[in-house]
Design a protein around this ligand. Structure first.
Ligand code: SAM
Ligand code: SF4
Length: 329
């Protein structure tokens, strides 16, 4: 699948549920309204959609959410998708998770062929973790990470950097990730969805985070790329990768290789734009995949050149009205 700007679309991110067991302050409002269950694609439909994308050239699949591991029976989907790794049609099946249920699932994930996971963790302080997630229990995430390590999964930690909230935890996170053998990526807060708060207060440009880190750590530039918004360095002292996702301050769109599917079968061609394609109707229209394949090809012709993220400071409104939990980041 080649889009109008010559980009090869080979990476699909799938939000398997919009629900979550946490309510991170930058991501959701406390009283989020979730989709009615009847609107969700079944796990079989998600499998059929993913398999069709793989047939059309997707080589990397990431399951996300909401929290993917809270969807009932999600392991049956992951185990079934593992067949595409065995056949060689898919290079990688990965997951972004908050880690609360990893202790339960890490072994089965590894058996299904998952090799790497991203775990979101914004602080190592239990009280601050509870504040950021509104009620989360840090010890569960740490136990999950331990289980994932034991199962042989490679782990990257995602940390959203927030002014005054966790900016002083950053050095500790770098050294802890070094000790644990985890890569680490910093994320800027993005203006997506109403959250009952002011994001302009939380926003720190990662250029400042990076400048502060460089007072203590030696960060060597690398040309490691994933086609996404992250730019990676290697920390000489810990020998682990440290990435910076800077959608607000940098443009990464020229190399964008991905599209995003929601749990209701809506395809977003860009994280930072509202244009979308409905794939649920063609999926349900016929037992054969022809209408679906035609709809996917049509959607790829609409992939925009780039995003328009900005925080609307005057009106304090998010630039993109849907929450990150709809498309999974
Ligand atoms: N629940 C899973 C998790 O937290 O890893 C997967 C879904 S979560 C929406 C994916 C990533 O998006 C997480 O790393 C989270 O920190 C990040 N995220 C959510 N809302 C964000 C926002 N407004 N700005 C920047 N990152 C955000
Ligand atoms: Fe849930 Fe992930 Fe959003 Fe936090 S960032 S509320 S864990 S979906």
């Amino acid at each position: 699948m080649i889009d109008p700007f010559g980009r090869d679309i080979n990476y699909l991110r799938v939000s398997v549920t919009d629900r979550c067991d946490l309510r991170c302050v930058y991501c959701m409002a406390e009283d989020m309204e979730f989709l009615p269950k009847r609107d969700l694609l079944t796990l079989e439909e998600l499998d059929r959609l993913c398999s069709t994308f793989i047939e059309l050239g997707v080589r990397k699949l990431r399951l996300t959410g909401g929290e993917p591991l809270v969807r009932r029976n999600v392991m049956s989907l992951i185990e079934s998708l593992g067949r595409h790794l065995d056949s060689g049609a898919l290079d990688e099946l990965t997951l972004t998770t908050n880690g609360t249920r990893l202790a339960e699932f890490a072994g089965r994930l590894a058996e299904a062929g998952v090799r790497r996971i991203n775990v979101s963790l914004d602080t190592l302080d239990a009280d601050r973790f509870r504040q950021i997630t509104r009620w989360g229990d840090l010890s569960k995430v740490l136990a999950g990470l331990e289980a994932a390590k034991k199962a042989g999964l490679s782990i990257k930690i995602n940390m959203v950097a927030m002014r005054d909230v966790n900016e002083h935890d950053i050095d500790h996170m770098v050294s802890w990730c070094g000790d644990q053998d985890f890569d680490l990526t910093f994320i800027e807060t993005m203006p997506m969805g109403d959250i009952e708060g002011d994001r302009t207060d939380q926003y720190i440009p990662l250029s400042i985070v990076r400048a502060n880190l460089q007072k203590k750590w030696t960060l060597k530039e690398t040309d490691f790329q994933t086609g996404g918004p992250a730019r990676y360095t290697v920390c000489q002292e810990t020998e682990k990768r440290i990435g910076f996702i800077t959608p607000m301050t940098h443009n990464f769109c020229e190399s964008c290789n991905r599209v995003r599917l929601t749990c209701t079968g809506t395809l977003y061609m860009c994280l930072g734009q509202d244009d979308a394609a409905d794939l649920r109707t063609p999926l349900r229209q016929s037992e054969g995949n022809e209408p679906l394949i035609a709809a996917i090809h049509e959607s790829i012709t609409r992939k925009p050149k780039g995003h328009d993220f900005f925080i609307d400071r005057r009106n304090n409104r998010p630039a993109v009205t849907r929450h990150m939990s709809v498309t999974g980041g």
